[in-house]
Design a protein around this ligand. Structure first.
Ligand code: BEZ
Length: 238
């Protein structure tokens, strides 16, 4: 019951909403979100606590991929309800002490927000009392170049995220925007993409008769080729 009340008190942002604005202190100085990221994609993600093992494995993995995300015009912003000095000490420990799965000397160059008042975490629905009242869950918000939330993923405290999946989701959304298509289950660049449903019976008939260059499984389910090279040359920066 209390959880329900808490949820009602502050609505959680949803897909299609403008990302709620805030200013915050981070390990890279102050930021205004999402204004500072306008014109590019940004992933705002939370972790439960500094100096914890799952979070450490996640930060090392995300930091190792930060240049890959940057090439896809996407910046990263982390958040936990710890303070700035904890963040700085933890990121330093990661850089100087931790060697994990071949990753070492890992420098986290993206900002990590301090949110000891939980203001940002509450605004973004990262405090989910059924899971924890004192820690943020593992939330991921994809925000597009216009500041609109395009995807949201939540994980519980015990489950480390799959960063290849986050990259796949980013490229898939960029591909959908650039080519006006959708992407099927388990899509990877180079796989066939889904063309929007035919707007008229004539178009549907043409598709079924194979007059357009696509493969139709039925009138409502057609795919076409989209080479990986075309995807990457469109969505990646040099
Ligand atoms: C972790 O990152 O290891 C962790 C953090 C909070 C609760 C459980 C695990």
């Amino acid at each position: 019951m209390d959880n329900d009340k808490d949820m009602q008190a502050q609505p959680m942002p949803r897909i299609g909403d403008k990302a709620p604005e805030f200013k915050a202190v981070t390990t890279q100085g102050e930021i205004s979100f999402p204004a500072d990221y306008a014109g590019g994609w940004v992933i705002l993600f939370s972790h439960p606590a500094d100096f914890t093992p799952v979070c450490t494995s996640e930060f090392m993995t995300f930091a190792a991929l930060q240049d890959k995300f940057a090439k896809a015009n996407c910046k990263l912003v982390g958040l936990s309800v710890d303070g700035l000095y904890s963040h700085i000490a933890w990121l330093r420990t990661i850089r100087v002490k931790i060697e994990y799965k071949g990753m070492k000397d890992v420098e986290v160059k993206f900002p990590l927000i301090e949110d000891i008042t939980m203001t940002v975490a509450r605004t973004y629905g990262m405090i989910q009392p059924g899971e924890s009242t004192t820690k943020a869950v593992r939330a991921v918000f994809f925000v597009d170049p216009k500041g609109t939330i395009r995807a949201i993923i939540y994980y519980p405290l015990s489950l480390g995220r799959n960063f290849d999946e986050l990259y796949r989701a980013l490229i898939a959304m960029q591909t959908a925007d650039a080519f006006s298509v959708a992407t099927p289950a388990d899509w990877q660049p180079g796989d066939d993409v889904i063309v929007p449903p035919a707007g008229s019976c004539g178009v549907a008939k043409d598709r079924m008769e194979g007059k357009e260059e696509m493969k139709c499984y039925d009138w409502f389910f057609c795919t076409k080729k989209l080479p990986a090279q075309k995807v990457f040359s469109t969505v990646l920066k040099d």
